[in-house]
Design a protein around this ligand. Structure first.
Ligand code: GLN
Length: 534
């Protein structure tokens, strides 16, 4: 390990969903604002090699990086907070760790040895933790350990942390996130779950240096002292993390609790100055004091779990703040839309966003939503499958090809206007085999999309197997749907528009992955602006 890189581990106790990702991202933001170069990594204790093969109901959105890694949605938070891209190295799963150890075993790298969890799996984990540190790009690497301490799955990770603490004592720090529940019956905050969860860590040989305590009520000094005493931490290392109105307030709350100062002090790094958060606070101010409001319908089939569309929802927040406009999202289940209730579902919307997706469930509703937006000239943004739906709907109702479809759903339709990409044809494995990551796209001058970006060439991230069928492009363009963005090397249609309408754009790529607090995404900015009252 390079001496200059410091490692911060974030573990979680008591329960899942305490927001380790947001705490890690908030701390990273504060450290970045103080001039440190920081990155965040997520270690996920499941056996899938990556979350790409997981249904969003299981794990929320799959976040895609520039280098085409299919990753945990927490990486989205890291990018949105830090405004720095992540990569494959920022997300490692147990599946990937084992895959790589087993590949090494097959190659004979451990010849003669029994391959075991300790040291082989833990060595692989330690190596993965240090890849980012050894790149020389970062002063500080924050590693978030997924799951909850005490889970069987997390054990090798906590053991790897224990070993790193032992080997590099001065360069490592453990932050443990716990819950301090409020018992309404006794009207009290309870510290016992925190004590127990620290004990669980201690049994594994890890003494946390800092406790971040999620709570609905302020922690007074008595409670803080009690937690400090029982858990062997300094009282100033008991950090309150009170429920916030928005995740974007958390860096400010962590700064008030001096989390960054305590961390720097414990790592022996300079604590002078402060995190200014100038741009961040400007964003918060615009976000919290909107001058107008729009209602955007988000049409998707996973809306029971809003995390399935995390990056889209956050990109709308960023674009809303950019336009000083509150974006009220109406979550519309695509399976529930029918011609009979379309009016009721869509009435009063200022904009319609049809979401990405896979497979046939809910597709009919998505097509009804596109048709309604097109026929009523409501600003429309279609993303990936949403763009493909816009193409199918246009073919069916404007070109009169009633049997137009995507071959993903109807393999032998008469008009396969969306078809499998040539390079995807022979692929049978499902994991990591889509067209993934950032590709170049050239925009047509004078189009809505070129206006939005104010650029000619863009790079956006992808995750798909199907594409616009160029065989039909001429007929589409004659009828009024234009390809305004294309991959300059392959001719793959990346963007379609209907210039006759106020604002109707479909993108094969996923703009939502690149929206950050500091750089709200131009396409979302333009979509929200087009939806705002004139
Ligand atoms: N299922 C479509 C495809 O594979 C769209 C994918 C998506 O929306 N991410 O092309």
């Amino acid at each position: 390990m390079s001496n200059s890189t410091k490692y911060i581990f974030v573990t979680g106790g008591v329960t899942s969903s305490l927001g380790k990702g947001i705490i890690s991202a908030s701390l990273a933001k504060l450290l970045q604002e103080r001039g440190f170069s920081v990155t965040i990594q997520k270690l996920d204790p499941y056996i899938n090699v990556d979350p790409g093969t997981l249904n969003p109901y299981e794990h929320g959105e799959c976040f895609v990086t520039n280098d085409g890694a299919e990753t945990d949605l927490d990486l989205g938070h890291y990018e949105r907070f830090l405004n720095v891209p992540t990569s494959q190295a920022n997300n490692v799963t147990t599946g990937r760790i084992y895959q790589s150890v087993i590949e090494k075993e097959r190659k004979g790298e451990f010849l003669g040895k029994t391959v075991q969890i300790i040291p082989h799996i833990t060595d692989e984990i330690k190596e993965r933790i240090q890849i980012l540190g050894k790149s020389g790009d970062y002063d500080i690497v924050i590693t978030e350990i997924g799951g909850t301490v005490g889970d069987i799955e997390s054990l090798p990770y906590v053991e790897a942390v224990r070993q790193m603490l032992w080997e590099f004592t001065d360069d490592c720090l453990v932050i443990h996130l716990t819950l301090v529940p409020f018992l309404a019956a006794s009207g009290e905050l309870k510290t016992k779950p925190t004590q127990h969860s620290v004990k669980a860590l201690l049994e594994l040989g890890v003494q946390p240096h800092i406790l971040v305590c999620r709570t609905e009520h302020h922690l007074d000094m008595t409670i803080r002292k009690k937690i400090a005493k029982f858990c062997n931490v300094h009282v100033n290392a008991v950090i309150e993390s009170i429920d916030a109105n928005t995740i974007y307030e958390v860096p400010v709350l962590m700064q008030e609790e001096e989390l960054d100062k305590v961390v720097l002090h414990k790592l022996g790094l300079p604590t002078k100055g402060t995190a200014e958060l100038i741009e961040w606070k400007k964003f918060l101010d615009r976000f919290q004091n909107p001058k107008s409001e729009v209602k955007i319908g988000l049409v998707g089939k996973y809306i029971e779990l809003k995390d399935s569309y995390k990056s889209i929802a956050e990109a709308l927040i960023h674009a809303g703040a950019h336009n000083e406009c509150k974006v009220d999202i109406k979550w519309i289940h695509s399976e529930s839309i029918s011609p009979a209730n379309i009016e009721e579902n869509m009435n009063g919307l200022d904009g319609v966003l049809v979401a990405p997706g896979f497979g046939s469930r809910g597709i009919k509703g998505k097509l009804h939503a596109v048709q309604y937006a097109r026929e009523n000239d409501i600003p429309f943004l279609g993303i990936c499958l949403g763009m493909q739906c816009a193409v199918i709907e246009f073919a069916r109702h404007e070109l009169g090809w009633s049997d137009a479809h995507t071959t993903e759903i109807s393999e032998d339709c008469a008009y396969p206007v969306i078809d499998i990409m040539e390079e995807q044809k022979g692929i049978t494995d499902m994991g990591g085999t889509m067209r993934l990551g950032a590709y170049k796209c050239k925009l047509m001058e004078g189009s809505k999309i070129a206006d939005a970006y104010n650029e000619e060439t863009i790079y956006e991230r992808h995750r798909h197997r199907f594409e616009f069928n160029n065989k039909y492009l001429e007929e589409f363009e004659k009828a009024g749907m234009i390809a305004t963005g294309k991959n300059p090397e392959t001719g793959l249609v990346e963007v379609v528009e209907i210039p006759n309408l106020k604002w109707f754009v479909g993108a094969q790529f996923h703009p939502e992955y690149k929206s950050t607090v500091e750089k709200p995404h131009p396409l979302f900015n333009a979509f929200v602006k087009a939806s705002m009252p004139k």
